[in-house]
Design a binder for this molecule. Structure first.
Ligand code: BEZ
Ligand code: FE
Length: 279
């Protein structure tokens, strides 16, 4: 089986690589690229590799979004997939119910509490009680835990299971737009080409269950200034979910909060696993 896969991938390489090279050669010829310029390209790519920025490069050139959309183009009736990006961290903490994916820290008070809730179901509408959600996002300001020294490690990250009926809820804070890392070679490329580094506010979801295809996606919010010009081009209208403001005293007391908060509903539909569909 491994040999068959190896042969198929080498056949694809033999078919695709010459076309890719031909396309690059045509551009070089058309623009009469000089030796100096080509060496600068090679230096740039070397630095991208040395600084581990190839995923970022794939993202800002919108290549990640293109490949993701080709991979998932036949999946009607399921929640749209979206790119993972380079800021996922393996082994996030398991969060017990009631799920809250952050700890308090100096600066957290600048944001608004948000409860995201929904139901995970299969394409036939049946709840997926064994689904596990893995969430990551920025804080209300200052970006990801990786960059924001005020935040505890793994803040605004977490994994948790859904209820028997497929429903889930977690407490987080409303994220804000932020810039992707700009201090490396990819940042210099953006500056040189006049591409801004901003992403609209979003929450990343990874959803897994044995009998279903895994889903990686993102949720966005209306009225964000970068919805129409995300620097990685990852916004899909079906993933833009309204925020609803709650300020009713009784609800505030029930949640143990003393300031208005927001809720957002995001139902998730997964596709039965390919192997299950073939059986
Ligand atoms: C992110 O959403 O975390 C992200 C995606 C692509 C590049 C950089 C960051
Ligand atoms: Fe992100």
């Amino acid at each position: 089986m491994a040999d068959v896969a190896k042969k198929a991938s080498s056949e694809r390489l033999v078919r695709i690589l010459p076309e890719a090279l031909q396309a690059i050669h045509e551009v070089i010829r058309k623009h009469q690229v000089t030796e100096e310029e080509w060496l600068a390209v090679l230096d740039f790519l070397t630095e991208v590799g040395n600084q581990d920025e190839f995923v970022l490069l794939s993202d800002v050139t919108k290549t990640s979004v293109l490949v993701d959309s080709i991979t998932h183009e036949d999946e009607s009736g399921v929640t749209p997939s979206d790119v993972e990006g380079p800021l996922y961290r393996e082994d996030p903490p398991w969060r017990e119910r009631p799920v809250k994916i952050y700890e308090e820290y100096e600066g957290v008070e600048t944001g608004d509490v948000l409860f995201v809730h929904g139901k995970v179901t299969s394409t036939d509408g049946a709840p997926i009680s064994g689904a596990v959600l893995d969430i990551w996002q920025t804080g209300p300001d200052g970006g990801y835990d990786l960059w924001d020294e005020r935040q505890p490690d793994y803040n605004f990250r977490g994994r948790f299971g859904v209820d028997e009926d497929g429903s889930y809820e977690f407490q987080t804070m409303v994220p804000k737009p932020y810039t992707i890392p700009t201090d490396g070679p990819v940042g210099r490329l953006l500056e040189a080409t006049g591409q801004h580094p901003w992403r609209p506010a979003h929450i990343h979801f990874k959803v897994e269950e044995e009998g279903h295809e895994p889903l990686i996606t993102q949720v966005f919010f209306p009225d964000d200034p970068y919805l129409d010009n995300d620097t990685i081009g990852a916004v899909k209208s079906a993933l833009v979910r309204p925020l609803s403001k709650r300020e009713n005293e009784e609800e505030l007391t029930r949640r143990g909060l003393d300031a208005p908060f927001y809720t957002c509903e995001f139902d998730i539909t997964l596709m039965p696993a390919m192997s299950a569909a073939r059986a």
